[in-house]
Design a protein around this ligand. Structure first.
Ligand SMILES: O=C(O)CCC(=O)C(=O)O
Length: 337
């Protein structure tokens, strides 16, 4: 789908002003991008980024490598698991267990320098390709974070300073299995509806489709735009922004006829960080805090437990509302001006 046609269904933001040189005119265009991000993050909780500076060839190469890796026999893929797992999530290859509502297999890694990563030895160019795309996605996440900082009108660099630990960002390559025509609807969930337990997620997807975001109760299919990135707000930005930006429910439907491949980059914060609405955001908007303070690690662990052992009723899964302050209590807790 072309960016212009897609823009009728969901926000598409052109980042080229940040990747081309220009005079004062460029500053005006950059400001327009920032306004579009502000609108998209508050109205939709997501947007699609085009002309974002990650080379198209690097995106194609990483998807191609993921394709080749997942096509290898199971015994070979299963060699790609760490000897022990003392990390917040386990790196390497895994397939969702049969009882899981999620019908996919995946390869997960931390930053390329992490000693916890376990890469396959074949295809040989796999490591170079995924390390390269990791670098591109991280750079883009950092740019978007700095722009969100501006959107929120808080002092320059505040979010970047708060979010200064990069060791646990997670990139996952997914293969979603094609569903057979006659399978029951519960077998057609590539990834069940969820909001992300992070600051934001950046997704690079192939042209198969299946990713959907919810807005006002309706599911919006994100028809793939070649070489675009899908960016969504996660729970932590929702808390830091005191509900100005919304973490968004999304899911992946199992594709028909052929498998779907994607890379999802989860931009996290340090696990020991205490999270609460930024004082500067509340000062700016003169609002009361809408969430109580919590340690990121505690929330992350609750969410990961649900992910690997989903409750029988998925509506019972833990969400960020676990920490929401009911409006009447919030009003009473507000600092006196
Ligand atoms: O693979 C995708 O397109 C989406 C992945 C996703 O929803 C996630 O990582 O939270």
């Amino acid at each position: 789908m072309s960016p212009a046609a897609a823009a009728a269904s969901f926000p598409v933001i052109d980042f080229s002003p940040f990747f081309t040189t220009g005079g004062g005119e460029n500053e005006v265009e950059k400001e327009e991008v920032i306004n579009s991000i502000r609108e998209a993050c508050s109205d939709y909780g997501f947007f699609v980024a085009v002309n974002h500076g990650i080379p198209a060839e690097a995106m194609d190469r990483s998807l191609e490598m993921a394709h080749e890796f997942f096509d290898r026999p199971s015994e070979e893929k299963l060699k790609c698991t760490p000897p022990t797992s003392d990390t917040p999530v386990t790196t390497g290859y895994a397939k969702q267990p049969d009882h899981s509502p999620n019908k996919n297999e995946y390869f997960l890694m931390f930053e390329p320098a992490s000693a916890f990563n376990v890469y396959p030895t074949s295809p040989a160019p796999f490591r170079g390709a995924v390390d390269e795309i990791y670098g591109g996605l991280l750079a883009m996440a950092r740019l978007i974070e700095s722009l969100m900082n501006r959107c929120l009108g808080v002092p320059e660099g505040l979010m970047e300073k708060f979010n200064d630990d990069r060791q646990w960002d997670i990139m996952t390559a997914f293969r979603y299995f094609a569903a057979a025509e006659l399978e029951t609807p519960d077998k057609k969930t590539g990834l069940y509806g969820h909001k992300d337990v992070n600051l934001m997620t950046l997704v690079l997807q192939d042209q198969v489709g299946g990713l959907e975001f919810q807005k006002d109760g309706e599911w919006i299919p994100i028809t793939p735009i070649p070489h675009s990135l899908v960016v969504n707000v996660g729970d932590i930005i929702q808390v830091l922004s005191n509900n100005k930006f919304k973490s968004v429910n999304h899911k992946v439907n199992s594709p028909q006829g052929r498998d779907r491949h994607s890379f999802a980059f989860a931009y996290l914060i340090g696990f020991e960080k205490m999270v609460e609405p930024l004082a500067e955001v509340m000062k700016e908007s003169k609002e009361e805090p809408k969430f109580s303070k919590f340690r990121y690690k505690d929330y992350f662990q609750l969410r990961v437990a649900d992910l690997f052992n989903p409750p029988a009723n998925l509506d019972d899964a833990v969400t960020i509302n676990h920490y929401a302050i009911p409006p009447t209590v919030a009003a009473a807790a507000a600092p006196a001006n």
